[in-house]
Design a protein around this ligand. Structure first.
Ligand code: ACO
Length: 322
């Protein structure tokens, strides 16, 4: 049997930091409110002219260095992003060119905050099929570009960043299983309503920015993530105690804690970066993973449960032996 295993991780955060106190000067909010409701203390914001591909490249190079992989060794590049540099070519193709790779499979995945888990699921299937042996999977976002900075209900939540993993074919299970879901019936609860085929005109106003019914999103997210945890454990014959680390999408500390409770995991087995990164959508899981790999918390052989929930709605999990 062929499996996909994580050979390297990397991440990148833009230099500029926006604290809750900075936001207090921009909208009617407070550090205390943001911390209490979300757990967020600060987030990173891309510089003017700094694009999603710039962030993706830095994260990718770091993951490739850890995996001892060169651009030409990669035969699959998937970038999960909601904020691509261009309508086309895909950010994956832009990244491929920068990495000096010519000819490999390269495409973007759009599943908003669940994008990285979707991309891992797709890459896993490519590698298991035997058609590809070395995949670069990136989650990268410049969400600051689709935020209405006058809307206090959304602008305090999000940040920019990128994370990446290199997956290689191996004999032992690395990625054990992925479980991916979506339900478009929830399309209006969390959305940027503007879109290309509606015409560029629609992209100038408020419709070009994130709109969210936060309360309702929160309720569905907590329920759905509880279900995906159950589904992942049941379908793979595992018990809560088998999970060493929960690496959740970093949207809100209250959502993360609810999922950890569901797993019976104490918070010291949960990777939490939302305080420092905010919600970086598709980038948040690989960013969190890289932080915990590099600080030595996540060790080889550990069982990881990655889970995410986002616009669509989309949701999913990846069960991995690191
Ligand atoms: N600062 C101060 N007050 C605020 C702010 C703010 N930034 N934003 C809203 N308020 C006010 C509201 O106006 C409301 O005031 P009112 O009672 O006078 O009407 C009050 O605070 C409470 O607002 P709620 O929306 O009920 O606050 P809630 O406890 O639900 O927290 C939050 C809001 C943090 C957005 C929460 O609903 C949440 O986290 N939802 C999930 C969002 C999420 O995770 N989205 C992303 C998931 S998918 C993805 O990652 C893209």
């Amino acid at each position: 049997m062929i499996y996909a295993g994580i050979a390297g991780t990397g991440s990148y955060l833009p230099e500029k930091v926006l604290t809750n106190h900075d936001l207090e000067r921009m909208v009617d909010t407070s550090d205390a409110w943001i911390r209490e409701r979300t757990g967020i203390g600060k987030r990173h914001i891309a510089a003017e002219g700094e694009t999603t591909c710039d962030l993706a490249e830095a994260a990718a190079r770091s993951a490739m260095a850890q995996a001892h992989v060169r651009g030409e060794d990669i035969d699959l590049i998937i970038v999960a992003t909601t904020t691509p540099d261009r309508v086309f070519p895909s950010t994956a193709c832009l990244l491929q060119e920068r990495l000096g790779n010519h000819g490999c499979t390269a495409f973007d995945v759009q599943a908003v905050c669940t994008g990285f888990v979707y991309a891992m699921g797709i890459a896993d299937k490519f590698i298991r099929s035997g058609s590809h042996r070395c995949a670069l999977v990136v989650g990268a976002e410049t969400l600051s570009r689709i935020i209405d900075w006058t809307d206090r209900t959304t602008c305090v939540l999000f940040g920019d960043g990128a994370g990446a993993v290199v997956l290689k074919a191996q004999d032992e299970p690395g990625i054990i299983a992925t479980h991916l879901h979506a339900d478009g019936a929830y399309k209006d609860l969390l959305t940027v309503p503007a879109g290309i085929s509606q015409g560029y005109g629609a992209m100038q106003g408020k419709e070009a920015f994130i709109q969210m019914r936060g309360n309702e999103v929160f309720r569905v997210a907590v329920n759905t993530l509880g279900q995906i945890v159950d589904e992942t454990l049941q379908k793979n014959g595992l018990d809560q105690a088998d999970i060493d680390w929960l690496v959740p999408h970093q949207a809100n500390i209250r959502i993360i804690n609810a999922t950890a409770r569901k797993l019976g995991l104490s918070t010291d087995h949960v990777v939490q970066t939302v305080e420092d990164h905010g919600n970086t959508s598709a980038a948040s899981i690989p960013l969190a993973l890289d932080v915990a790999v590099r600080d030595g918390r996540i060790k080889r052989g550990n069982k990881l449960l990655l889970e995410a929930f986002g616009g669509g709605f989309t949701w999913g999990s990846a069960l991995i032996t690191y």
